[in-house]
Design a protein around this ligand. Structure first.
Ligand SMILES: Nc1nc2c(c(=O)[nH]1)N[C@H]1C(S)=C(S)[C@@H](COP(=O)(O)OP(=O)(O)OC[C@H]3O[C@@H](n4cnc5c(=O)[nH]c(N)nc54)[C@H](O)[C@@H]3O)O[C@H]1N2
Ligand SMILES: Nc1nc2c(c(=O)[nH]1)N[C@H]1C(S)=C(S)[C@@H](COP(=O)(O)OP(=O)(O)OC[C@H]3O[C@@H](n4cnc5c(=O)[nH]c(N)nc54)[C@H](O)[C@@H]3O)O[C@H]1N2
Ligand code: SF4
Ligand SMILES: [Mo]
Length: 715
């Protein structure tokens, strides 16, 4: 450091009058890094810095999003009061007026159209307590069957695959501490380096210890650079690629016969089918050369230990669930599960992507991962809730299908909490038009998001800095996020908002909670004996132990570091393999003369999801100010597209205009656009409404498109 800088630094330091520290947890991804917010009072103002805090998952690390999260939480556009739309303009109203308005509209809608005319749309960015309460709110306060959440677009394909193969869906079957000692790692469709940056040292340590890393991604990313071998399939062909890997594993005899005999069903059918396939055809479909398929399969097969990780790159397809099941076929048939340094990780997305999929926000689910269609499960949860089991609604439909019901007029009122669906749903224009048809629409948010703009009433929610509660991270570790600040002005916690609405609807007796901890106590009971069992956890334990891995069924239980050590969670204790058809993503999205390129979508390091929060953070927004289209220069030249020029991308659904970014490392037939921007830059205007039949996951990762320079459309 230069003398001048040191002098400047010292003067700055002297200006700091006092300093306060607040323990917190990042509001963004599934790593849920623990952090500390430092508030410095400087002569004329307050200054905030966020630093990492040690914990078993992120080990004190933070990425740039965590470091700058406070910028959106303290942003001047944070909602502070309820806003009611009157003649097209939002005006400030009191909570009492807001609640009365809800009571009147919800009551009228249900009186005229039946219970199911109201729907609830939740989120995996809220706490476990809030996710649990929202599920209960829909079933007990509104008595509607229509509830689903944004995790449908995130974890649903992996969750459905793990539930079907293993009988249990905990994102990572092991704890992160086992990664450094594994010998071979498959990273399928995950960009950890940008999406869960603080996890990377676990993989770096594995590599230092000699592990062989295989990445599967149609483009080069900061993550694929970590790999020893990078397979670049055509988007949407991963299920076929997995068949190829499995074929080589079977032919070269890398299967674990004893493990299969003892612990696996369905192996023979899969074996017979996969051996009947030709590697030439697999090469043709995936565009991955046979020698590379062979190299990857042999390496994974022959190593003593191995792990497979999948993320949205292979999951967000209309065959996403089956694709994941095929990767699990590989894992199970090589016996690389339920043992030290062997396992599966569905890299969870949102901060509470794991917990929020366990406690009853899903259309067909009750707390503890119970099923709303199972009589025993209904009986148990109804008894905890103090209601008659026959008063519990049956299952509803998935998030996007709720939009279709809104469009059809079956759903007339919507309660939206912590999501921005007109940006994040596929077929975005349709979704926007559908939401405009609602008779009454309430959005609960930190800001006036693009979707909240369409609401009749917006309620101001507390941020991660103010809201205490538990979040279940990427490992399945339940962590307690402490509140650091009181709610600003008239802001309320999501759980308080739910309780207050329940109260005006006359359901106070079921929602008389005065703290998040009280809700957690009921959640533990409602989930007790279920798959995701938190019964043994208390806030006190979570504080003391720095988080607990579920299941933790009783207070003396230490938590579960590794699942499936002795048996899988199906009733016979066995894993279920399944034949996965050797066909790529829906044929409609195959490229053709008119739409010759595959569009795939995803993320950049500095923005989070629909960008409502990160676009408000100057430090983050400055790193990535606008969306871009990654395109190979050879492809760009073919379509007369210069680097850094404006391009129109068009699919069968719609078009957007973004700036081009030449990249030598993306496939020639593929372009990539991140989805963090809205309105005319919303890439979901181009994505189709087709859904995966098992998980109802949309095909965010494959759209057939054409590209043209914007100048072609001028004059
Ligand atoms: N910076 C940042 N971090 C985040 C988020 C964020 O928005 N920003 N969001 C969080 C959430 S909710 C989630 S779900 C996770 C998502 O985490 P990831 O799933 O890792 O992120 P994506 O960028 O959506 O996709 C991962 C990779 O899949 C590749 N891909 C695209 N199509 C295909 C295909 O057909 N096959 C294969 N094999 N790969 C393909 C893309 O090129 C991309 O590099 O990240 C979490 N972390
Ligand atoms: N094309 C394409 N589309 C995708 C994806 C993709 O890869 N490609 N990925 C999908 C995935 S994986 C996901 S997870 C979804 C996410 O999609 P969304 O759920 O729509 O994304 P967010 O931007 O997280 O929206 C959260 C909203 O809630 C607000 N908010 C934040 N914290 C709180 C809180 O504590 N309480 C309340 N009440 N509000 C809060 C934010 O301001 C924001 O407006 O997008 C999906 N859409
Ligand atoms: S975005 Fe994820 S990796 Fe980055 S600080 Fe937050 S929780 Fe940690
Ligand atoms: Mo996600």
């Amino acid at each position: 450091m230069t003398e001048a800088f040191l002098k400047y630094f010292r003067t700055k330091e002297q200006e700091v009058k006092s300093e306060k520290k607040y323990d917190s947890q990042c509001p963004f991804c599934s790593m849920q890094c623990k952090m500390q917010l430092i508030e410095q009072s400087i002569v004329t103002r307050k200054k905030y810095i966020t630093i990492g805090k040690d914990n078993p998952t992120s080990e004190g690390r933070l990425c740039i999003k965590g470091m700058n999260a406070h910028q959106h939480a303290f942003h001047k556009e944070r909602l502070k009061y309820p806003l009611l739309k009157v003649k097209g303009e939002f005006i400030r109203v009191s909570w009492e007026e807001a609640l009365n308005h809800i009571k009147e509209n919800f009551t009228n809608i249900q009186a005229e159209n039946g219970q199911n005319a109201l729907a609830v749309y939740g989120s995996a960015s809220i706490t476990n307590e809030e996710a649990y309460l929202l599920g209960k709110f829909a079933r007990v306060a509104l008595r509607t069957k229509y509830i689903d959440y944004n995790g449908r677009f995130c974890m649903s394909a992996a969750a459905s695959a793990a539930s079907q193969t293993f009988g249990l869906d905990r994102g990572f079957t092991n704890s992160l501490s086992e990664i450094p000692s594994t010998r071979c790692i498959i990273l399928a469709g995950t960009n950890l380096a940008e999406c869960q940056p603080t996890i990377i040292p676990y993989f770096e340590r594995a590599k230092e210890n000699g592990a062989y890393i295989i990445a599967i991604d149609p483009r080069e990313t900061a993550t694929t650079k970590l790999a020893n071998l990078h397979l670049k399939p055509k988007p949407g062909t991963d299920a076929v690629l997995a068949n190829g890997l499995l074929k080589v594993i079977l032919e070269e005899n890398y299967v674990d016969v004893a493990f299969i005999q003892e612990r696996v069903n369905g192996f023979e059918e899969v074996r017979e089918y996969v051996l009947s396939l030709s590697l030439e055809e697999i090469e043709e479909i995936t565009a991955v050369p046979i020698p590379l398929i062979r190299k990857a399969a042999v390496r994974f097969g022959k190593e003593e230990t191995g792990m497979i990780f999948t993320a949205r790159g292979v999951e967000q397809h209309t065959n996403g669930s089956m694709t994941v099941r095929n990767f699990l076929n590989i894992l199970v048939s090589t016996g690389k599960i339920g043992k030290p340094s062997c396992g599966y990780g569905a890299i969870t997305g949102q901060g509470n992507g794991q917990g929020a999929r366990e406690h009853g926000q899903k259309a067909d689910q009750l707390p503890g991962y119970r099923s709303i269609e199972n009589e025993e499960h209904r009986e148990y949860v109804a008894s905890v809730w103090g209601i008659n089991k026959d008063d519990l609604p049956r299952k509803g439909v998935s998030a996007y299908e709720m939009m279709e019901k809104i469009d059809e007029g079956e759903i007339k009122g919507l309660f939206l909490m912590c999501s921005n669906p007109i940006v994040s749903n596929p077929n975005a224009n349709f979704v926007k038009e559908a939401l405009k048809k609602l008779t009454f629409f309430v959005a609960v948010d930190l800001f006036v998001s693009e979707t909240a703009r369409l609401a009749d009433l917006i309620l101001p929610a507390s941020s991660y800095l103010e809201d205490e509660g538990t979040m279940t991270n990427v490992e399945g570790r339940v962590t307690l996020r402490e509140a650091s600040f009181p709610c600003p002005e008239e802001v309320k916690h999501d759980w308080q908002i739910i309780c207050e609405i329940a109260r005006v609807l006359g359901k106070e007796e079921h929602f008389s909670f005065s703290s998040a901890e009280e809700i957690f106590t009921e959640l533990r009971l409602a989930g007790s004996g279920g798959i995701a069992d938190y019964f043994g956890m208390t806030y006190e334990r979570l504080r003391k132990e720095g988080g607990i891995l579920w299941p933790c069924p009783d207070p003396d239980h230490k938590g579960t570091k590794r699942v499936f050590e002795t048996s899988f969670a199906h009733s016979d204790g066995k894993a279920a393999m399944v034949v996965v058809p050797n066909i790529p993503e829906i044929p409609k999205e195959q490229i053709c003369e008119e739409f010759p390129l595959y569009l795939t979508t995803g993320r950049v390091m500095s923005h989070y999801l629909t960008g409502v929060q990160t676009r408000k953070s100057p430090a983050l927004a400055a790193r990535s100010v606008e969306p871009f289209m990654e395109i190979h220069p050879a492809t760009a030249m073919k379509f007369n597209i210069q680097d850094q020029s404006l391009v129109k991308i068009k699919s069968r659904r719609g078009s957007v205009v973004v700036r081009s970014k030449w990249s030598e490392t993306i496939r020639h037939d593929t372009i990539f656009v991140p989805f963090h921007w809205a309105d005319s830059q919303n890439i979901n205007l181009l994505v189709s409404k087709e859904l995966d039949p098992f998980s109802k996951m949309p095909g965010f990762k494959v759209s057939a498109v054409k590209v043209r320079p914007v100048t072609d459309f001028l004059n």
